[in-house]
Design a protein around this ligand. Sequence first.
Ligand code: SAM
Length: 301
Amino acid sequence: MSSPAVAIHLTDAELRLLQTLVYQECGMYFDARRSHFLRDRVLRRLRESRMDTFYSYYQLLISAEGRQELHNLVENLTVNETSFFRNKAQLDLFHKQILEEIITKKQDRRDYQIRIWSAGCSTGQEPYTIAMLIADALAYHQLRRPILGETTWPKPLVPAPWSVEIPASDISYSVLRVGQEGIYNEHQMASVDYNYRLRYFDKVGERYALKKAIKELVHFDFHNLKTEFLPRSNDVIFCRNVMMYFDEAEQRRLIEKFYRCLSPGGYLLVGHAESLLGLTDKFTMIFRNSGTAYKRTEVSQ
Ligand SMILES: C[S@@+](CC[C@H](N)C(=O)[O-])C[C@H]1O[C@@H](n2cnc3c(N)ncnc32)[C@H](O)[C@@H]1O
């Protein structure tokens, strides 16, 4: 190791080695269009870890001691753009049709547990949006089909006997920490209307903090979608704007895993620019007012 000021040049072959390593680690695929981004971030990590040759940095990455640096590199390669109530048409389909169907069917069979996984949750806006929509849907459903029992006051966010669990996972610890904190600035709150701000947030100085009852529905955890150890028995999986960074082979593998992680008849929601078309025959596309979702197809016995 020597001075970090040494200018390092990465050859195309070296870049390809890194491309393969990153792909094997997390599924993100840096094709020719995105290779400048990979190059830029690798050089930044090289400088920050005070390495002066590509060879020494690569040796570190593939060593057991280099696991932390490989993780740092992957964190630096993730795109974490997100917002509350992203893709309104799809959320409308989720709220008005999918949740309605799930709640009604569950109530009929006296199963009062709802579990919705936000896979690739970034800084938390997606899982908290899901939590607010479920709270609204359950309150509305309770009005129309009340479950008789003792009514407590103040009314809980999730009416008894329902229980709601929203696992929220990401490969980046830094975004998970922001999600866990659950405090957002005015800019991040731009897509949250006053109705939602008043009911689900407290103003803390210039920022907005999610109320405890909503926060408690969401559980942040590290999960690498490249692995097999993923949350199971979900009624719905949101994996939006994540698959677009994977190549087709990795997308197919991920869709298979999602199929296994969904309960029978469960739904998978992907991003606006993503599609399952041509990648699987295990899901049926649902379309409503520009919103799309994919329903797990059940094989009849
Ligand atoms: C563009 S954000 C999408 C956030 C949110 N789903 C949305 O649509 O607003 C993509 C997120 O996927 C995460 N991600 C990328 N590869 C991943 C992997 N292999 N496992 C888990 N998360 C991953 C990134 O860290 C990033 O936070």
